[in-house]
Design a protein around this ligand. Structure first.
Ligand code: SF4
Length: 79
């Protein structure tokens, strides 16, 4: 099930970055990112647990991750 309130996007080039995947998995307090052999997987069932802490943005290079507030007209947290 996708998030009703939140969508998290990882840019195409960053999605297969195993090191970034590991950092994101470690950073997010509500386990929205899973590190797999192929890179980052978004854990859809946890999306709406997002607390907008921006730790994923801190852990990622600029432009790699966006947190989209679907409940707020698609306003996004991004760097
Ligand atoms: S803003 Fe915080 S809770 Fe939301 S996806 Fe990023 S690290 Fe996880």
């Amino acid at each position: 099930m996708d998030g009703v309130f939140i969508r998290v996007e990882v840019a195409g080039s960053a999605r297969s970055d195993a090191e970034l995947a590991r950092r994101l998995e470690e950073a997010c307090p509500v386990d929205i990112f899973a590190a797999t052999a192929g890179g980052v997987r978004i854990v859809d069932e946890n999306l709406d647990e997002c607390v907008l802490c921006e730790l994923c943005l801190d852990a990622a290079p600029p432009g790699a991750v966006r947190v989209v507030k679907l409940y707020d007209g698609g306003a996004a947290l991004e760097r």
